[in-house]
Design a protein around this ligand. Structure first.
Ligand code: FAD
Length: 439
């Protein structure tokens, strides 16, 4: 049996075994499988595809082995959730959106987004999502533009979890003006010498590879700043000279590390280059819309998790002789947060559908607008839900054991990264409303 056929069979088995598991007698339903979330699924579940529901069921089953206390402890101890990464890798989930020919499941961003939403919603929060996020989306440009050798040596190990990957784009001195990035990869006789600095690189401490965006032609020598960039898949060899990294102390998602990474004449081989030299910007574009969808899903999951906690607490907590949720001042902000999440959910899965259409029938700009809008709306809805969840808990909203303080700290991430709210508003102002570019 050829490899693709074998993979197809595996996928079919996956789907069918989890479909069977959807009958209550075999595996608990998703709502029971969420170990420490509130007992009822708040999100309206109609409209999802059978594959999305299957993914949700299977992922929530894995997440149920990692209760909220696990994530509380890892957050406090700033300790990597490597067991969680391994559990997802063991069942092949890190290859959810990679082609079957490379050992992946060949599903789309619609299913991958559901996977990421289910992870954050389980109580794992952004820490759980960020532990695997780059493995799911940063591998997309590699899968599309990598050489046969690159694919064969890298992708299977990412899928089976032996190799973790991080994404190196942001630089301290250029920020959201990505095209001005300065890290330089200078050609040598047998490869490149990399010099420069990256910042906020998630999971760099635990990753053995980095997808790196660097200049191969200095900014002063190109006509347009989108030219002269190249993408590499490099080894992070800490024993080799020229590589250093420093952890950043941060507000939330503390289980996963974020880092400054310093390159000082760090040597990489010529075969680390992905695609053609100086074509890195076009290559990175390939992954950007997908990443916005995944982040939107992650934000949604966090928002629903917070709202589930808040509505449960509002039913249970009795003050002035009645549940606090009987007061409209408590109930209405939560009801409003629910509608905002539901609206953002529709925008998110609309964007993933457009992204996955992939037959040229949807203009690229429509996909970009939908994906950016989804990320914006989901991040805002999550922020609203998380803030209100803390307030509905009163003093207990500030206590670690109720989890909502953790969600609140983490819900700022989708508002900032990978692109800020302001830059999405700039984008929609310019591309949809055709207003003059403001920057
Ligand atoms: C937890 C976390 C994890 C991250 N992980 C990674 C990672 O793995 N890899 C990676 O490469 N990067 C990562 N990032 C970086 C992230 O993508 C950037 O922080 C983000 O793109 C914002 O860039 P900046 O921080 O440099 O902000 P800046 O560019 O300095 O912007 C600062 C503020 O000014 C606003 N602003 C700037 N210009 C304009 C304008 N023209 N109009 C309106 N407002 C403007 C921005 O919206 C923002 O609010 C991560 C960040 C965080 C917080």
């Amino acid at each position: 049996m050829s490899r693709p056929q074998w993979q197809g069979l595996l996928r079919a088995q996956w789907i069918s075994s989890f479909r069977m598991a959807r009958t209550p007698s075999r595996v608990p339903s998703a709502r029971v499988a969420f170990s420490t979330s509130a007992c009822r699924e708040l999100m309206e579940m109609t409209g999802f595809t059978e594959e999305q529901l299957t993914v949700r069921e299977a992922i929530s089953h894995i997440c149920s082995k990692f209760p909220n206390t696990f994530w509380q402890e890892r957050d406090q101890q700033e300790k990597d959730p490597k067991e969680f990464h391994a559990a997802l890798a063991k069942d092949g989930w890190l290859g959810i959106a990679l082609p079957e020919s490379l050992g992946g499941a060949g599903l789309g961003v619609s299913e991958a987004t559901m996977m990421m939403q289910t992870i954050t919603q389980s109580g794992a929060g952004m820490a759980g999502a960020q532990a695997i996020h780059a493995n799911v989306y940063a591998t997309q440009p590699l899968a599309k533009f990598g050489t046969k050798e690159q694919l064969e040596t890298t992708i299977p190990n990412i899928i089976n979890g032996t190799c973790r990957i991080c994404f190196g784009v942001t630089e301290p001195n250029t920020g959201l003006e990505t095209l001005k990035l300065k890290t330089l990869a200078t050609k040598t006789t047998d490869g490149y010498s990399v010099t420069g600095q990256k910042i906020w690189i998630t999971c760099a401490q635990v990753a053995s590879k980095m997808i790196l965006l660097a200049r191969t032609t200095p900014l002063e020598e190109v006509m347009k700043s989108s030219e002269g960039l190249s993408m590499f898949c490099i080894d992070l060899n800490r024993d080799n000279p020229g590589l250093d990294m420093r952890k950043i102390k941060k507000m939330g998602g503390r289980a996963v590390d974020a880092n400054e990474v310093f390159f000082d004449n760090y040597q990489i081989p010529a075969n680390a280059l992905i695609g053609e030299e100086n074509q890195g910007f076009k290559i990175i574009l390939h992954g950007m819309n997908a990443e916005r969808c995944l982040l939107a899903g992650e934000a949604l999951g966090l928002g629903y998790a917070a709202l589930e906690k808040a509505s449960q607490y509002a039913k249970d907590r009795v003050v002035f002789g009645r549940p606090i949720g009987q007061n409209q001042g408590v109930a209405h902000p939560l009801a409003d947060a629910y509608m905002k999440l539901e609206a953002a959910k529709l925008a998110t899965y609309h964007a993933t559908r457009l992204y996955d259409t992939n037959d040229g029938s949807v203009p690229f700009q429509s996909i970009g607008v939908a994906c950016n809008s989804a990320k914006y709306l989901a991040a805002e809805a999550a922020f609203t839900a998380c803030e209100r969840a803390v307030l509905a808990h009163g003093g207990m909203g500030y206590a670690m054991e109720y989890d909502v303080e953790r969600y609140f700290r983490e819900c700022l991430v989708p508002r900032i990264a990978p692109v800020s709210r302001e830059m999405i508003l700039n984008y929609v102002s310019e591309k949809v409303l055709e207003l003059p570019r403001s920057y």
